[in-house]
Design a protein around this ligand. Structure first.
Ligand SMILES: Nc1ncnc2c1ncn2[C@@H]1O[C@H](COP(=O)(O)OP(=O)(O)OP(=O)(O)O)[C@@H](O)[C@H]1O
Length: 355
């Protein structure tokens, strides 16, 4: 497949509502997606991710900026000329056509020879292990199966860019996990550039090469799932992805590539993320699982909540007047501490990230 690069340059979209009110859905975003990359646009409801995808597909016109697919500036092209194909949340299959005809539809519109249409549809049916469904109409299939047809219908067009608009949100949790793995496997097999809108962080983390975190029409951070989790750019990202404790600290020493920080009287050596001066007050992110419970710990705090969750144990302790979440993996009975008792712990210096 001819995977394409996608580039958004200073893209904004302002909607004008019936009452003549302006809504800035997307506010000057820049994004560079490499050929073959799987990128998720992730953010809370209303952050502008669907509008961004729809501008790329050609269903919305940007108010400002430029969009490129490959080297081509595509703003003036109609959706069918853009070398994209979209997988929708509601499948959008033709109810009266069987699976074969649903998949063949776009190719027939292109007036390709009958033999070529048949060969390409059969190839996709085989790739997706769906040959046995070819004769069925959508009402004879489950939601998951219908969504696979909708994916097949997009893939058969061999587009340069594949777009997904929350494709799994109508499926139950188990099927969602299964389809997520299937989409990723298929995407890697065909190597197609893919852009996927979701508000489900585990979906984004599990699928993406790159995650784009959006809020209020603005990109807050672009990075691999590991970068986003371990080095969040700000407290919004830290709290949006997984759980985060945000603590105060003071810069005590400035080294070549690290700092010594003081966290409530305890020194920690941490990596440099931004430039700070001696004495600056900073915020640090410590994930609940990056807190080590041990008899030799630096801190003692009173337990406010203590919950056994099977594979891990969750505590909430009172840390200098604020709640601190601690998650202990593989808990043993002896390590469990009850509410109102004291817990000793340290922060794992290697996992501390300065915001
Ligand atoms: N046609 C429209 N007219 C007016 N405002 C719109 C229109 N489409 C979207 N908006 C507004 O633009 C903002 C971004 O919407 P968008 O659908 O892109 O968000 P989203 O991140 O995809 O949200 P969700 O997860 O709820 O789908 C929202 O405030 C929304 O109300």
């Amino acid at each position: 497949m001819n995977a394409k690069r996608v580039k958004f340059e200073n893209i904004s979209k302002v909607f004008v509502t019936d009452k003549n009110r302006q809504v800035k859905a997307v506010n000057n975003i820049n994004l560079d997606i490499q050929p073959g990359e799987f990128v998720c646009l992730l953010g809370p409801s209303g952050c502008g991710k669907t509008t961004t995808l729809r501008m790329l597909a050609g269903f919305e016109v940007p108010t400002d900026g430029h969009i490129f697919i490959g080297d081509e500036n595509i703003e003036r092209l109609t959706p069918d000329k853009r070398d994209t194909a979209m997988v929708f949340q509601n499948y959008a299959l033709f109810p009266h056509m069987n699976v074969f005809d649903n998949i063949a539809y776009g190719l027939k519109l292109q007036k390709l020879p009958k033999e070529e249409v048949e060969a390409r549809v059969e190839k996709i049916l085989h790739l997706m292990k769906m040959e046995e469904f070819a004769e069925r109409v959508p009402s004879q299939m489950s939601g998951g199966q219908q969504q696979r047809v909708s994916l097949a219908r997009a893939l058969v067009m061999e587009p340069g860019v594949l777009l997904f608009d929350e494709p799994l949100s109508n499926l139950d949790a188990k099927l969602r996990l299964h389809m997520r793995d299937e989409i990723r496997k298929l995407q890697q097999e065909v190597g197609i550039t893919s852009i996927y809108v979701t508000h489900d962080q585990s979906e984004a983390m599990g699928l993406s090469d790159k995650v784009v975190i959006m809020k209020d029409g603005v990109i807050e951070q672009v990075g691999s799932p590991t970068e986003i989790y371990q080095k969040p750019a700000n407290s919004f990202v830290a709290n949006f992805i997984g759980r985060a404790n945000i603590l105060e600290a003071v810069i005590k020493e400035v080294g070549e590539d690290g700092y010594t920080i003081d966290v409530h009287g305890v020194p920690y050596s941490v990596e440099k993320s931004k430039e700070y001066q001696l004495g600056d007050k900073v915020e640090i992110v410590v994930r609940p699982e990056a807190i080590e419970v041990s008899e030799e710990g630096n801190f003692t705090a009173k337990v406010g909540k203590s919950m056994f969750m099977g594979a891990h144990h969750e505590y909430e302790v009172n840390f200098f007047g604020k709640p601190l979440e601690i998650s202990l993996n593989n808990p043993k009975n002896k390590s469990m501490v009850a509410v109102d008792e004291s817990l000793r712990f340290s922060l794992d210096a290697a996992s501390i990230h300065i915001l």
